[in-house]
Design a protein around this ligand. Structure first.
Ligand code: F6P
Length: 319
C-alpha cells in the first residue's frame, strides 16, 4: 500500500479529529501518503480530496466536529454515485480507505470493500448505537455535556420547584438518556428500549413531590418522543409546573473529553496500522478497553443488549 484515504461520514462526533490526526500521522510514520476526503462519501463522488501532511492535522486534537467535514450522502447509495466514487478512487490511486462514522457509514465501507477497495470502519457517533463495541467515539463527550446541562437545569428547577423534561439525541438508542439519567440523578428515564406508561411517569413525580423533592428531572430520548408533547400529556393528567429543554446540537459539539481523545488516537492509529498491513472489510471496536477488529458484516449483525441493570438502578436511586 502506498496511498490511503480517510473520511468522516454521518453526524460529526467529538474525537473524530483526534482519530483523523492519528490516521494521518501514523501512516506518515510508516511512509504512506494520506489523502483527506472532504464531506464524507460526497467528497469521493465530487473528487474533493486533498493531500494531508503532518501540519494538516496540527492543532486539531482538542476540537469538536471534523476538519474534513461530513455528510449523509444519498447519492453514494445509487449505482451511478458509487461508480463515480470508484472512478475517483482509481484516478487518485487510493489503495485503501478509513471511514469514521456510524452504521450508515459502515454500509458504505462494506460496499467499497466488496468492490475491492480495502476499507476499515472506526465507530464515530455520539449515539453509542453500534452493538459490537463498548463505546463509540463522541459518546463520552456528549454524555458529559448532557450531565453539565442537567446540573444547570437542576439549579433553576429546584429554585422554582419545577419538573424539567430534558430531551436528548440518540436516534433509536436510549444510551445517552439512560446513562446521563443515572449519572445525573433523574427521576424518570424514557427510552425506546423500555417503554413506560403515563401513569407511572405521573406517579413517580407526585411521589417525589409528596416526600418534599423540590424538583424532578425527566430524561427523554428523542427516539421515545417529543418533550413538548410529553409535557402536554403529563399536564393533562395532573397539575404540575413543567418546563422543557431540547438539548439539540449543543450535545454534539464541543471539545472532546480525555476519553474520546484517547479513543480517537488509539482507533485512528490501529486503523492505519491494519490498513497499511493490507487488512480491509473490518470495523474497529473496544472490549474491556482493548481494541479489536471484526468483519463488517458480522459486526452489523450484532444486536444491542439493553442495560437493564442501569435502568433499574436509575429507578431505585431516584426514589
Ligand atoms: O447520529 C447522530 C445524531 O446526532 C442523532 O443523535 C440525531 O438523531 C441525528 O444525528 C441528527 O441528525 P442531523 O445532524 O441530520 O440533524
Amino acid at each position: 500500500m502506498r496511498r490511503i484515504g480517510v473520511l468522516t461520514s454521518g453526524g460529526d462526533a467529538p474525537g473524530m479529529n483526534a482519530a483523523i490526526r492519528a490516521v494521518v500521522r501514523y501512516a506518515i510514520y510508516r511512509n504512506i501518503e494520506v489523502l483527506g476526503i472532504k464531506k464524507g462519501y460526497k467528497g469521493l463522488i465530487e473528487n474533493d480530496i486533498k493531500h494531508m501532511d503532518l501540519s494538516s492535522v496540527a492543532d486539531i486534537i482538542h476540537r469538536g466536529g471534523t476538519i474534513l467535514g461530513t455528510d449523509r450522502c444519498e447519492e453514494f447509495k445509487t449505482e451511478e454515485g458509487f461508480n463515480k466514487a470508484l472512478d475517483n478512487i482509481r484516478y487518485r490511486d487510493i489503495d485503501g480507505i478509513i471511514v469514521i462514522g456510524g452504521d450508515g457509514s459502515f454500509q458504505g465501507a462494506r460496499k467499497l470493500s466488496l468492490a475491492g477497495i480495502p476499507t476499515i470502519g472506526i465507530p464515530g457517533t455520539i449515539d453509542n448505537d453500534l452493538a459490537y463495541t463498548e463505546y463509540t467515539l463522541g459518546f463520552n463527550t456528549a454524555l458529559n455535556t448532557i450531565l453539565d446541562s442537567i446540573s444547570k437545569i437542576r439549579d433553576t428547577s429546584s429554585s422554582h420547584e419545577r419538573t424539567n423534561i430534558i430531551e436528548v439525541m440518540g436516534r433509536n438508542c436510549g444510551d445517552l438518556a439512560l446513562y446521563s439519567g443515572l449519572a445525573g440523578g433523574a427521576e424518570v428515564v424514557i427510552i425506546p428500549e423500555a417503554p413506560i406508561d403515563m401513569d407511572t411517569i405521573c406517579e413517580t413525580i407526585m411521589r417525589g413531590k409528596a416526600r418534599g423533592k423540590k424538583h424532578s428531572i425527566i430524561m427523554l430520548a428523542e427516539g421515545s418522543g417529543n418533550a413538548y408533547e410529553l409535557k402536554d400529556a403529563i399536564t393533562n393528567k395532573f397539575d404540575v409546573n413543567i418546563r422543557c429543554t431540547v438539548l439539540g446540537y449543543i450535545q454534539r459539539g464541543g471539545t472532546p473529553s480525555a476519553y474520546d481523545r484517547l479513543l480517537g488516537s488509539r482507533l485512528g492509529a490501529k486503523g492505519a496500522e491494519l490498513l497499511v498491513g493490507g487488512t480491509g472489510n473490518v470495523v474497529l471496536g473496544t472490549k474491556d478497553n482493548v481494541i479489536f477488529n471484526m468483519d463488517i458484516d458480522e459486526a452489523l449483525k450484532i444486536e444491542k443488549q439493553f442495560d437493564y441493570e442501569a435502568y433499574e438502578l436509575t429507578k431505585i436511586l431516584s426514589m
